[in-house]
Design a protein around this ligand. Structure first.
Ligand SMILES: Cc1cc2nc3c(=O)[nH]c(=O)nc-3n(C[C@H](O)[C@H](O)[C@H](O)COP(=O)(O)OP(=O)(O)OC[C@H]3O[C@@H](n4cnc5c(N)ncnc54)[C@H](O)[C@@H]3O)c2cc1C
Length: 536
């Protein structure tokens, strides 16, 4: 090893050479000249000697990175994992642990859940949004049972509890199988037979990751912590040949005597190392919700929301930037999943959720992203959950409420004045809703009749369901990848030697997220990346 203490001069000069503007100008010039624009346009001056070397170098040790490492090592490749935090696991280890699996898993069969490849695909095709890569979605669904079995063989014990009602997710003590998206909501319940697919182990994400890490620990994988990937190195043929990393990176989740470090700050004695990847580099660095600049550039609506992630705050978009710097196609960067669940308890869905003008904008029983996203994108951060005494009583009896009412009034007009929405609009909205609800109908948003009851019993209550509530979100956009988890450039060409999985290169959750689709995504496509790169 011949690492240079705090010597970043090479990195800086290469950056200047390859910086975003330079790459963009070069790409633009080639395009306008009508020449083939390939990743070969991006090359680096490779170091004369390398500090570390392996067949496969993986950046990030969450679900995507660790499953890629397992599969690559099992296929006989030597593997190095570079992780900037002090501990492995990323957000995967801090997550709720719900994994979206179906088409007839053993747990589904045990509980008599009717599901099939066709049924699961029909739901996800309708749910995941028009920009979803359907070829990747189909492959994922066709292999969902195999992936379930692989996760179980890797030591994940999905809970045996079975849930039929509206819950955000099973308890961490039991785990279990539950609806975890809009499967039972209109219009999806008419498109596909509703099936519970949210599989969760007791112990949540920590249990998911502990099993993956234990499996990885049976294999000869080299781990480097507090070390950050900073720049991809590309040879003269346009193949990613390695990566520049920096050691001594501080982790905010491990405070020192000096206090809590800011994410990703290098220590005084940090070193820059060149790491050679004989077969390829796998990006598994997560999304970018902790990068304020990237949010401002791509998804400014969500600034003011609560970036969701472990205390290491690893999702800073560095992997997306590294890939884009050498021509990777960053797509869907304006999409995020902000959760503003009206349930649980499910009885709260009998309320109405209105914007700052007093108008409903979605079915209250919908998945948390549907009740969250419009608050950021359309409603200027405002959302009010309006209910009468009847709903409050039923909900309180069913379970603890997550917050106290913001305002209470004997008439809906007085309530509207207290929360600053036009009284005439809210009162007309409620009158129309009540008129339809008297027949158990919601003709505008098609809320399930179970949750459609007139709101007529004073006093009325308004709960603040806007961004003041601290609506958590993750970003969904990232680098475009193909069926082999190879990263593509903006022309659709493979960037040789570069792979990606998880939030940095979304596979099935590209525009929309239902609970479990991120863990399923990162572990499934991480495995694909590991097998693909090892096969080079
Ligand atoms: C509280 C919470 C609950 C959640 N619940 C669920 C759930 O129940 N189901 C579900 O499907 N999803 C859930 N999610 C989302 C899900 O956890 C993540 O989207 C998923 O784990 C992402 O996996 P990943 O492998 O892509 O990234 P991560 O698991 O985040 O791993 C990325 C790793 O890369 C490291 N890294 C970043 N940049 C660099 C760099 N430049 N060099 C080296 N290392 C780097 C990070 O430190 C991190 O360790 C939840 C998330 C949170 C935070």
């Amino acid at each position: 090893m011949n690492g240079r203490t705090n010597d970043s001069s090479n990195v800086v000069s290469r950056r200047r050479l390859l910086g975003t503007s330079g790459a963009g100008v070069l790409g633009g010039a080639l395009g306008s000249m009508g020449l083939a624009n390939t990743a070969a346009a991006h090359t680096s001056s490779l170091p004369e000697s390398w500090d570390l070397e392996a067949d496969v170098v993986i950046l990030g040790s969450g679900g995507a990175g660790t499953t890629a490492a397992i599969e690559a090592a099992r296929a006989g490749a030597s593997v190095i994992i570079i992780e900037k935090a002090t501990n492995p696991g990323g957000n995967t280890a801090h997550s709720g642990g719900v994994v979206y699996l179906g088409a007839g898993t053993a747990r589904q069969l045990e509980h008599g859940v009717e599901d099939s490849v066709q049924n699961m695909y029909a739901y996800l095709e309708a749910q995941m949004g028009p920009t979803q890569d359907l070829e990747r979605l189909r492959y994922f669904v066709e292999n969902s049972v195999e992936h379930y079995n692989w996760l179980v063989e890797s030591g994940i014990e999905f809970g045996t509890e079975f849930f039929t009602g509206k819950i955000i997710q099973p308890s961490g003590e039991t785990g279990g199988l539950a609806f975890s998206g809009n499967e039972a909501n209109s219009p999806f319940s008419e498109i596909a037979t509703p099936a519970q697919r949210g599989h969760m182990p007791a112990g949540a994400g920590a249990a998911v990751y502990a099993a993956l890490k234990a499996t990885a620990d049976t294999l000869p994988i080299e781990w480097h912590f507090n070390t950050q990937g900073e720049e991809l190195l590309v040879d003269a043929d346009g193949r990613v040949a390695g990566v520049v990393v920096r050691t001594g990176i501080a982790d905010p989740s491990t405070p020192t005597e000096e206090g809590t470090p800011v994410s990703a700050t290098p220590a005084a004695d940090s070193m820059v190392l060149n790491v050679k990847a004989n077969k390829g580099v796998v990006l598994a660095t997560g999304g970018f919700q902790f990068n304020q600049e990237m949010l401002a550039d791509h998804a400014p609506w969500y600034i003011g929301g609560y970036p969701l992630g472990g205390p290491h705050q690893g999702d800073d978009g560095s992997g997306i930037k590294m890939g884009a710097q050498i021509g990777g196609d960053a797509f869907n960067m304006s999409f995020a999943s902000p959760w503003n669940f009206v349930y649980a308890p499910g009885e709260l869905c009998q309320s109405i959720l209105v914007d700052g003008m007093g108008r409903r904008f979605t079915a209250e029983s919908n998945y948390g992203a549907d009740t969250g996203d419009p608050i950021f994108r359309r409603n200027h951060g405002i959302g009010w959950l309006i209910m009468d005494q009847g709903v409050l009583d039923r909900a309180t009896e069913a379970g603890a409420l997550m917050s106290a009412p913001f305002a209470t009034a004997d008439t809906i007009e007085e309530l509207a004045e207290q929360i600053g929405v036009p009284a005439a609009v809210l009162s007309a909205e409620l009158a129309f809703y009540n008129e339809q609800a008297a027949n158990g109908e919601d003709p505008i948003f098609h809320k399930h009749s179970e949750y459609v009851v007139p709101l007529e019993t004073a006093p009325f209550y308004a709960f603040d369901y806007g961004i003041n509530r601290g609506i958590a979100f993750i970003t969904l956009g990232g680098l475009r990848a193909n069926m082999n988890s190879e990263i593509l450039d903006v022309w659709g060409n493979v960037i040789p030697g570069l792979y990606g999985a998880g939030r940095v290169a979304p596979g099935i959750s590209q525009e929309y997220y239902v609970s479990g689709s991120a863990l399923a995504d990162c572990t499934f496509w991480g495995r694909v990346a590991g097998r693909s790169v090892a096969a080079v």
